[in-house]
Design a binder for this molecule. Sequence first.
Ligand code: SAM
Ligand code: DTB
Ligand code: SF4
Length: 329
Amino acid sequence: MQVRNDWSREEIQALYNQPFMDLVFQAQQVHRQYFDANTIQVSTLLSIKTGKCPEDCKYCSQSAHYDSKLEAEKRIAVDKVISEAKEALASGSSRFCMGAAWRNPHERDMPYVLEMVREVKALGLETCMTLGMLNESQASRLKDAGLDYYNHNLDTSREYYSNIISTRTFDDRLNTLDFVRKAGMKVCSGGIVGLGENESDRIGLLHELATLAIHPESVPINMLVPIEGTPLADVEKLDVTDWIRTIAVARIIMPKSYIRLSAGRESLTDSDQALAFMAGANSLFSGEKLLTTPNAGEGKDRQLFSKLGLKAEKAKPTVAELTVDAMAS
Ligand code: SAM
Ligand code: DTB
Ligand code: SF4
């Protein structure tokens, strides 16, 4: 499978609607063209500022528009972030992703986030942040500080988007992705399934992602974690096979990207997850918690990896470590 950016919606729909076995088989074949099928990239997430977000994303526990009973927290200290990052490294994560419940970072927040990026990067971890919308100058300062990835999801199709968020537009999101790309960072962008969207919205989301000029290097496919108090608390649960289909199609149309099994793993069995890996997912979040909701803990994941013979991708060595190795050999 060649990397293509000219997928039509009809082609994507045809892939999505194949018999399930054919789809998963094709996805696994494409997966093996570019990746080791038994290696999974593991990231750890940390919320650096929780709750009271001015945006109105209907799925989110952190929006100030809904009463989700979440306890808001102020920015956490950089020292605390560094000690969490050290733990993540020790437990086998290769990437540390820091998230804040902001519409966008204010200028007063920039020294705080830049210092954090420098220090996490110096530990030898890949760095990722998700802070809401960025302007061009913020994107380039984050890149200069050593930020490897920026996460900003399209979330759903352009058509369904306004049913989910009204406080910023689909094009605002694309603009931020553009600034991230131009600054030279890697893009992490995907979406959520199970928002009450229909199949054509899942296809629309995949189409938007796969027709970006450069595919996102990382594509999180979240399954809605229903949050009491939010407008989507009682939405009907999406069948797991639709999540797997979304993952498999993402794998086929963005063959070199990491496809991440993101929020929602708590509601999956081990065999569902094995099927998702078979369909080409090769990245996940480890740890007891995502940003505000529970996640499969490290112990459970260790068992799952051992059962399936999977290994975690190693953190890339820092320049300093490479120099020491070169001197020693
Ligand atoms: N505030 C930033 C933003 O929205 O860009 C960063 C954090 S936000 C929590 C990151 C992503 O998490 C969202 O775009 C959404 O895709 C996902 N997410 C948030 N709440 C979720 C939920 N309840 N279930 C599944 N995914 C969720
Ligand atoms: C992404 O796509 N999923 C992660 C990460 N990017 C930041 C967040 C999932 C959040 C799930 C709900 C919560 O824990 O609040
Ligand atoms: Fe705020 Fe992000 Fe939650 Fe939307 S998803 S309400 S922007 S924290």
